[in-house]
Design a protein around this ligand. Structure first.
Ligand SMILES: CC(C)(COP(=O)(O)OP(=O)(O)OC[C@H]1O[C@@H](n2cnc3c(N)ncnc32)[C@H](O)[C@@H]1OP(=O)(O)O)[C@@H](O)C(=O)NCCC(=O)NCCS
Length: 179
């Protein structure tokens, strides 16, 4: 098994196709059938290949400044973490989260942030649930258009402190879309 870090603009056609197949397999009917991203391209990805060089796991990463109670805050966002059905429960999801932790060392990242329906994997990896009121740009994933600004608490928001700053309750302006 090997894990590769790939910048989005370096993805080859073949890998895009494999990614799309994995994403549709993992997120089923929710995922657009003709795309390898949901709403927006991530900046880079960690991609896991098995010993037969098949793509079996993936996570997208979005590096962004957000506004936490008026403070510019550097956030690495976790997008579409997924593992092929036949390869689950073997630690690949946890391995990808560990890769992200390692990546953040000595980098200008204050927090890793994600939205989770199921918190189990992330609690084990040291993420904590937070309940900030969020503001974000709403994108309709079907026709890829902006349709407004959301402003509410979002169930499933989780963060991990990876720099010197402590997370705060209050207002979080995502300064962009919600992944
Ligand atoms: C979530 C997911 C990436 C975990 O990958 P994995 O390689 O099986 O992860 P690990 O082997 O490191 O850990 C497995 C543990 O993750 C937890 N888990 C299972 N499904 C989960 C989910 N959808 N979200 C969060 N945690 C989950 C369970 O505690 C599981 O323990 P178990 O094997 O004893 O049941 C994989 O189940 C998946 O691709 N699911 C479909 C896509 C998805 O829901 N992604 C999360 C988006 S927020």
């Amino acid at each position: 098994m090997r894990v590769e870090k790939v910048m989005e603009y370096d993805l080859k056609d073949e890998m895009r196709l494999e990614l799309q197949q994995l994403l549709v397999e993992c997120f089923s009917d929710d995922y657009p059938k003709d795309r390898y991203y949901f709403k927006q391209l991530p900046h880079f990805r960690f991609i896991v290949f098995n010993d037969n060089s098949q793509l079996v796991g993936h996570v997208g990463l979005d590096y962004r400044v957000m506004n936490l109670n008026g403070e510019p805050t550097k956030v690495l966002g976790v997008i579409d973490l997924c593992v092929a059905k036949n390869d689950r429960s073997k630690g690949i999801g946890s391995l990808l989260l560990a890769k992200i932790d390692l990546f953040c060392k000595h980098k200008a990242v204050d927090f890793i942030l994600l939205f989770a329906d199921n918190k189990n994997l992330y609690l084990k990896a040291g993420f904590k649930p937070v309940r900030n009121r969020c503001k974000w740009l709403k994108i309709d994933d079907e026709n890829q258009k902006i349709y407004g600004i959301g402003h509410e608490k979002i169930e499933g928001l989780m963060i991990k402190e990876v720099g010197n700053r402590k997370w705060q309750a209050g207002e979080l302006d995502l300064l962009g879309y919600l992944y």
